[in-house]
Write a protein that binds this ligand. Structure first.
Ligand SMILES: [Zn+2]
Length: 254
């Protein structure tokens, strides 16, 4: 599997201490040991960002000191999406995360919405997109950016129906919701906002390491039914087992 990664993702920048360089530094070592091929990203362009975010938001991110890190993360997402569009599944091991970034606002350690930026960049080739957001937290930024866009379907398993109650959900129930992510419509590519904070020892306290392999397999199967183009990028996940969770996911997803 091609892993998009840069040593610069290990740089420290002013952020909440839970969103620290070890989140990618340790998984990168494990993914390399497992024989994955590493690919370098370039920062995305201002034009890429402006397809998704308003000028005031971009200026605020610049002032906050996160512009370069967020641009390189979005660039990594673009690289993974482009690889996928050309027929090679890929995983972007990036930080900071992006799914809480909307057009003009962001929270939750997010600045630019890497998934949205990557999707808009490959849009000419892959018009219809399925985004599956498996992070513990609802990807409100991504949903808000694509609201009204009928060619983008976004699924946040764990919050599919109005009667959703996370506290009564178990791993089997969660996997069932991932299964139903495909929906009725056809699509050209699948992008996964891969957060691992649903992990049993992380904040979500729900899924075991082996469940991520099952999620990867399910999404691969869904994607294969529609041409097989698929990529994933890192969102949340804050436990030192993050590398093992990613490896497990990729075993199913590759
Ligand atoms: Zn999260």
């Amino acid at each position: 599997m091609k892993i998009v990664f840069s040593k610069r993702y290990e740089e420290r920048y002013p952020a909440n201490p839970v969103e620290n360089p070890d989140r990618v530094r340790l998984p990168a070592v494990e993914l390399e040991k497992a024989g994955n091929e590493f690919v370098q990203p370039q920062p995305c362009t201002l034009q890429d960002i402006a397809r998704v975010h308003g000028k005031e938001h971009i200026d605020r991110v610049r002032e906050s000191g996160h512009f370069e890190a967020a641009s390189l993360a979005a660039g990594g997402a673009i690289r993974a999406a482009e690889l996928a569009a050309s027929g090679e599944p890929a995983f972007a091991l990036i930080r900071p995360p992006g799914h809480h970034a909307a057009a003009n606002r962001a929270w939750g350690m997010c600045y630019f919405n890497s998934m949205a930026i990557a999707v808009q960049r490959i849009r000419p080739e892959a018009k219809r997109v399925l985004i599956i957001d498996i992070d513990l937290h609802f990807g409100d930024g991504t949903v808000s950016i694509f609201r009204g866009d009928n060619d983008v379907r976004i699924v946040n398993p764990g919050s599919l129906d109005a009667n959703f109650d996370y506290l009564t959900m178990d791993a089997a129930g969660y996997l069932k919701q991932v299964e139903s992510a495909a929906g009725e419509k056809s699509f050209d590519i699948v992008g996964v906002s891969a957060g691992f904070d649903t992990y049993r020892e992380d904040w979500g306290g729900l899924l075991g390491i082996e469940d991520y392999k099952k999620i990867g397999e399910i999404i691969k199967r869904i994607s294969k039914g529609h041409g097989g183009k698929r990529f994933a990028l890192l969102e949340g996940g804050y436990h030192p087992d993050l590398g093992r969770c990613i490896l497990s996911f990729l075993e199913g997803f590759r």
